[in-house]
Each structure stands twice: as C-alpha cells, then as structure tokens.
Design a protein around this ligand. Structure first.
Ligand code: ZN
Length: 462
C-alpha cells in the first residue's frame, strides 16, 4: 500500500495523488497547473505514472485545478471509471468544456500570429480539445452520495464527505484492505469556509490513520463572512442612489451564485433598492447557476429553507441572464440602476472589461471586487489605486468608487483547518495544495502527528 504525489506539491494547483493497493491504482483528482506560462506548460508533461493502468479516478470537486487534466488522462489511455458526486459531475463537464474552448481559441490565435510571421506549420495545438473533454465525460460512472461508502475496486472503499467548498465538493475517505492490513486515508480536497449562507459548513471528518490536506490559508485567518453581505449591500445601494451602475467582476462558479443569493437576501430584507436591475452577464456563470438550481441536496439551511418554501434561492424579479453577445453589448447603454456580474474575476479577459470601460470613469458608478486578485492583473491594479487605467488600449480615469470585500472566501482559514485536522486524529499528516510558507507555518502549528510535505514524484509507504 502506498501513495505517490503528482501535483499540488508545495504548490496550490494541479492536485493529483495516486493510491496503490493490492495491485489496483486509484487516482484522487487530476487537476491542472495554473498561474503563469512556465507552470502551465507543465500540464503537457508526462503524469509520472501510466494512465492506462489507473483503475478509478475519484474527484473531490469541479475546480479546474482538481479536474482540469482529466481529458488528457483519458486521451493518454485511461479507460477506468470516474466516481464523484452528482453535482461535481455536472459542474466538471462545464469546467472541462470551457477550459478546452479557451485553449482551442488560444491555439488558433497563436497559429494566426505565426502565420503572419511566415512561420506556418510550427504551431503548438491546445492541451486538449472540446471533443476530448466530451470523451472524458464518457468515463464518468457511478455517482456518490455524501456519507455512503462506494466499493470502488476490490479492497478499496471510498466515502465522500461534504467539504462545504463549492457545490458538490467533497473530502474523500479511502479505506484500503490488503491481506490482513487495513489503512484509512482522508483527502481533504479543498475545505470550505463555514458561515456562508449558500452551502453547509464542512462536515466533521472521520478518524483516520493518514490525512492528505490542503493548506491554502494555512497561515491566515479570514474576516467574518456575515459582514460581507452588509458591505455588499452598502456599496450597491450607495451607487444606485447616486444614479450610477455597479460592476462586480466575478468567477463563474460559486462566487456568482453566492453574490446572487446575497443580492436576493438584500432585496428581501429591504437593504437594496427594489428598482435595481441585476444582470448575470456570463454564459458560463448562467450555466453554473442552472446546475446550482438542480442540486438543492447540497444547500445549507438558509438556501434549503427558501427552496422548501417554493422559492428560487437565485431568483429575483429583476434578474436577467444575458447569454448572447448582443444582449451583453446592450448593457453599455444603461446609465443607472444596473448591477452587472461578469467575468473574469481578475479582469484579465471576458465581458467585464467592457463594463469597466463604460463605468469606471463615472463618479456615480461603483466597482466591487469580491474575490482574490493576483499580482499583475487589471483587478489588482485597480484595487491598488492605479489611475488612470488602460482598457482596450484606451486610457481611462478612475472616478467610480472602488470596493474590495474580503470575506467571500471559499476556503477554510487557519483556525478552521486546525480544528478540522484535530477531528481526524491522524497520526500522519501530508500537507499539499499550499504555498510553501503557508504550509510550513501550518505544519509548525500541528502537534501529535508526523508532518510530511512531499515533492512531486515522492512516494509514501502506508
Ligand atoms: Zn477548489
């Protein structure tokens, strides 16, 4: 019995861990490396194991850094079954197709650029195509329900435990049996931030021998999520009262639905003007919201109570979905009363840049950031106070009010990670999915457990 590490090792992306037991191979997650060209080029490298000899893939959740290399695994010979929760199955289809689409577009753009320079025929294709993403969907087999063990291969059982991170997310308990030997391993996946209204908090984990856990915020505590909704309502109301619009750059998955849910709550509680018009201007976020509507089994008590009372947790009379480009462009004509949610969250691409172009120079309007903004991105420059800013080659003065709300994190913070870890009672702790400093700080805070921080390719005998 052993486990080897093939991604998210002393790093936050590319989660991929291989468990071997009694001649069977089980892969937990098959994520993509993200963040900068050098790291992203590693996605095309060999996995570090033979995909055709993997029997089963268990997916913790649908974020790209956990499921994004799955189409590649299938293209390189994986013929086994992918087991995950029903919501993760639907969301990962959306995420993998979107990723393939973006990579195909990029590859076409690179090819055109090379053709202009007379270097035709040298183009490098996408990492995988939309067809290959669909092929990967054919490998999805049984779905798992929270708390109900699934016998994945002889000698290996998996139980999905609610991780409270995004819709359908799970920690996965893997129980191994080889002859007289028994071992239990718990993969944390990404752990959610409790106290958010849409999802349940992470479930209390089972007692295990070994825990493989994420450490994204291993060195930091968050602000109270309850305060975030109030900050959002205040920023939105003030701009609408001034006669402007509100632009909210947001990620398609989870954050968009969370913001819709909070806007709906604000309307119900009379914290927002009843005449506001809300636009979800992102085809991917619209599809994700439809998937959220289909999975009330994942909701926390607030959202579940609405659903039970026959109400749509994401529905408002004033909400419009703008899937088509023409509908999106029409929003440019609106001078006041609009709340526009559009991607990308860091303003590195997508429709949000058009909305910024039409609103950021207007003192009546507001821009509200609700997510992480990496260094070097347009979102980060605006947050850091750059003025003027450049969008589509045009220099624009920043006159809109700029807000940053920090409480909307989908990740557990340091105190929550420590409490979760204590409940596992694990004698061995493997830290993954974190920046090295956060990982070390977190490791130092653990007691009564052996702490390991593997490098890529390391093997741990169980
Ligand atoms: Zn995640």
């Amino acid at each position: 019995m052993k486990i080897s590490f093939h991604g998210a090792d002393r790093d936050v992306t590319g989660s991929c861990h291989l468990v071997e037991c009694g001649g069977r191979r089980i892969l937990v997650d098959c994520g993509m490396y993200q963040g900068g060209r050098a790291l992203e080029e590693e996605n095309a490298e060999p996995f570090g194991f033979d995909p055709s000899r993997v029997d089963v893939v268990l997916l913790t959740h649908a974020h790209l850094d956990h499921c994004g290399r799955l189409p590649l695994l299938v293209a390189r010979g994986f013929q086994g079954e992918v087991v995950t929760t029903s919501a993760t199955r639907e969301l990962s289809r959306l995420v993998m197709l979107d990723s393939a689409h973006v990579m195909e577009e990029d590859a076409r753009r690179r090819a055109r650029r090379k053709a202009r320079k007379g270097k035709e025929g040298e183009e490098d294709g996408p990492l995988y195509t939309e067809v290959e993403a669909l092929n990967a969907m054919d490998r999805f087999g049984r779905t798992a329900r929270y708390g109900e063990p699934v016998s994945v291969v002889p000698g290996v059982r998996a139980t999905f435990v609610d991780a409270g991170h995004i819709l359908g997310s799970a920690c996965i308990l893997v129980e191994l049996e080889e002859g007289e030997e028994r071992r239990s391993i718990l993969f944390s996946g990404d752990l959610g931030n409790p106290g958010r209204p849409l999802l349940r908090p992470p479930a209390t984990p089972p007692k295990v021998d070994v825990v493989i856990m994420e450490t994204t915020y291993g060195d930091r505590d968050h602000r109270d999520p309850a305060a975030s909704a109030a900050e959002l309502w205040e920023a939105v109301s003030a701009a609408l009262v001034r006669g402007g619009n509100v632009v909210i750059p947001t990620f398609a998955l989870e954050r968009s639905q969370e913001i819709l849910f909070d806007l709906r709550r604000g309307l119900d509680a009379d914290k927002l003007p009843s005449l506001m018009q809300v636009y979800l201007d992102s085809p991917m976020a619209i599809s994700a919201t439809e998937i959220y509507r289909r999975h009330p089994e994942c909701y926390g008590p607030d959202a579940a109570a609405l659903m039970a009372g026959g109400k749509d947790p994401f529905g408002m009379p004033s909400l419009r979905f703008t899937r088509e480009t023409a509908e999106s462009k029409a929003l440019n004509e609106i001078r006041s009363g609009a709340v526009i949610l559009a991607g990308s969250g860091m303003c590195t691409g997508g429709r949000v840049r058009h909305h910024l172009k039409h609103n950021i120079w207007r003192s009546q309007s507001a821009v509200v950031f609700v997510g992480y903004a990496a260094r070097g991105t347009l979102a980060r420059r605006i947050i850091d106070g750059a003025n003027p800013i450049r969008i589509f080659g045009e220099e624009l003065p920043v006159r809109a009010s700029i807000h940053t709300i920090n409480g909307y994190s989908a990740h557990a913070d340091r105190s929550e990670l420590l409490a979760w870890h204590r409940s596992t009672g694990a004698g061995r702790t493997v830290l993954v999915h974190g920046e090295e400093e956060a990982m070390k700080a977190f490791g130092d805070a653990l007691s009564d457990t052996e702490v390991l921080m593997p490098a890529r390719g390391d093997v741990l005998e169980l």
